[in-house]
Design a binder for this molecule. Structure first.
Ligand code: ZN
Length: 548
């Protein structure tokens, strides 16, 4: 018998070790609820100022008769995210009243609070003097809330004593009783709040304290504290995201499941009267989205999230060629130029197809009030009849690109040639194989660096020279003219393995310096540059192989 008792104790001890309550006490945040009775009064506004500075939400158990005198203060406290609760209308001892009178005390108070906040809420009740019994509880449509810590502020009227009570008596899960009708309470409470925050307490409303500790806060229940069992997380700030879709820019708000999100778009602080989020919405103008989340507006609110959004940008116009004319579509007014310059609002306005003979370029942008101008779209109808969206006739490589595409040496992707994109080793191997099947066996894909870069690594200028030299170059002999490489200030950058190749391409005018004195052997080759180099080396490859 005795032995069995010990075993049972041991089992209980082991169980206690794994209960969530134990874990929460050990590692979860310490929570406490600060509450104020008998107001609002002449000091409540300065208390609200102090709470706002500290970002702390509390619970006000208001008297109906006081709330009726200070409706603006009630509204302010509510919109600041404090919990509004009832302390009856005129502070009677409820246990000494009949049912009808109890209900009238509560209904009259709720009416005043609803009127002041512009809502229809149910309000937790703190019975005056803590005087409550089963009969009174049975008449409530919300929980009754008593307290853990009595600061005796009404008695001492001494800020230091109030502060000491708060600091010495508050424990995890405590509900702290104060009265915001004394100036001494306001200063003592704010100092006490600072001390609790410094000790790591999270100060929350009563409703939030019960929720986070897993209590259901049902009508007729009585709570005087919420010690650690589980501790649920606080209410997360909503996440605000904006994304461009086919028909415009959409704003998406996300927050904890079970919360409602209240938001504004004009930069003002969201309130209980603000729009409630129901799903992604179009925001076709500039605006600042501000939002908070709440399980119940009269419980606790998350911090406000904010995202400033510029005016949405119009999509780039789409330009196609039909019957030798440019046809442009866009979601706004279209302005265009035919001289290669960037279009502005002062440029020609598009009203219908614009003749675009070979050798001309049209550039267009869409504009519309309330939107940012679109990016500029271009369509170059080249001299050889090719269409390019990203080649300007002023570019050094224009004629070479036009020729290379017409010859099938290089290909555009639709109307895009990507002239500034670096050429990869894979891409160069394919181009050279098309020009000369022998290129398939070359070692052109190996760089000179030790990194053994892959097929998608960019080709350097000396790497390209080496490839061309391996296919079409001749072995150097004594009849070759003296090298021109020493004329470039950066000749020392040439890898020794690439020297003969560089010497050959420069001597034959296939590769020139990027300036009079700079050869830049290790810079990447762009597709525009590759077109120029290949067209200059046509004398070597033309006719070597039929182009695919
Ligand atoms: Zn009271």
């Amino acid at each position: 018998m005795k032995k069995r008792g010990i075993t049972l104790l041991l089992v209980l001890a082991l169980l206690a070790g794994v209960l969530p309550a134990h874990a929460a006490e050990a590692s979860g945040p310490k929570l406490a609820a600060i509450t104020f009775d008998d107001g609002p009064g002449p000091y409540t506004n300065s208390l609200l100022d102090g709470l706002e500075q500290r970002g702390v939400a509390v619970t006000f158990f208001m008297l109906g008769c006081q709330a009726a005198q200070y409706p603006a203060v009630v509204k302010r406290a509510y919109e600041a995210g404090h919990q509004i609760a009832s302390h009856t209308y005129s502070h009677p001892q409820l246990t000494q009243l009949g049912s009808k009178s109890v209900q009238k005390q509560l209904a009259d108070t709720a009416a005043v609070l609803n009127q002041a906040t512009g809502t229809r809420n149910t309000y937790m009740v703190r019975p005056p003097y803590g005087s409550v019994n089963a009969h009174v509880l049975s008449l409530l449509n919300a929980p009754a809330v008593l307290w853990t810590v009595d600061t005796l502020d009404w008695q001492s009227r001494n800020a230091d004593a109030i502060y000491q009570h708060i600091v010495n008596d508050t424990k995890d899960g405590s509900i702290v009783l104060l009265h915001d009708i004394y100036a001494t309470t306001v200063s003592g409470a704010l100092r006490g709040i600072d001390a609790l925050l410094a000790q790591g307490y999270e100060l929350v409303t009563v409703s939030e304290l019960l929720r986070r500790r897993g209590y259901d806060a049902a009508p007729g229940r009585k709570y005087s504290s919420a010690p650690g069992r589980v501790t649920l997380p606080g209410i997360a700030q909503p996440a605000i995201a904006a994304d461009e879709r086919e028909d415009g820019r959409y704003v998406t708000l996300t927050a904890d499941a079970g919360t409602a999100i209240y938001y504004t778009l004009d930069g003002t602080a969201p309130t209980s009267q603000s729009a409630v989020y129901t799903g992604p919405f179009l925001l076709e103008k500039a605006g600042t989205v501000k939002a908070f989340a709440a399980y119940s507006l009269n419980g606790a609110r998350s911090q406000v999230s904010e995202l400033a959004l510029e005016e949405p940008r119009l999509k780039a116009p789409v330009i196609t060629l039909a019957n030798e004319s440019a046809v442009i579509t866009a979601n706004g007014d279209i302005h265009y130029t035919l001289d290669g310059t960037e279009p502005t609002a002062a440029s020609e306005c598009y009203t219908g197809p614009v003749p675009l003979p070979a050798g001309t370029i049209i550039r267009a942008a869409a504009m519309r009030p309330g939107y940012q101008d679109s990016p500029v779209s271009s369509l170059l109808h080249s001299e050889r009849g090719n269409l390019f969206s990203d080649v300007l006739p002023t570019a050094a490589y224009y004629h070479a690109v036009d020729e290379a595409v017409s010859l099938g040496v290089l290909a555009a992707e639709g109307q895009a040639f990507f002239p500034e994109r670096p050429v990869t080793r894979q891409e160069l191997a394919e181009v050279l194989y098309r020009l000369d099947g022998r290129a398939a066996g070359l070692q052109i894909l190996n760089g000179y660096e030790e990194d053994a870069a892959g097929l998608d690594a960019p080709v350097t200028r000396e790497g390209l020279a080496a490839a061309l030299f391996q296919i079409w170059g001749e072995a150097p002999d004594d009849s070759r003219p003296p090298t021109k490489l020493y004329g470039f200030a950066d000749w020392m950058d040439i890898h020794i393995e690439a020297w003969d190749a560089m010497d050959w391409v420069v001597a034959n005018g296939v590769l020139n310096g990027v300036s009079e004195t700079v050869l830049a052997p290790r810079s990447a080759v762009t597709r525009g540059q590759l077109a120029s180099i290949l067209m200059r080396s046509q004398g070597f490859w033309a006719g070597a192989e039929a182009l695919a």
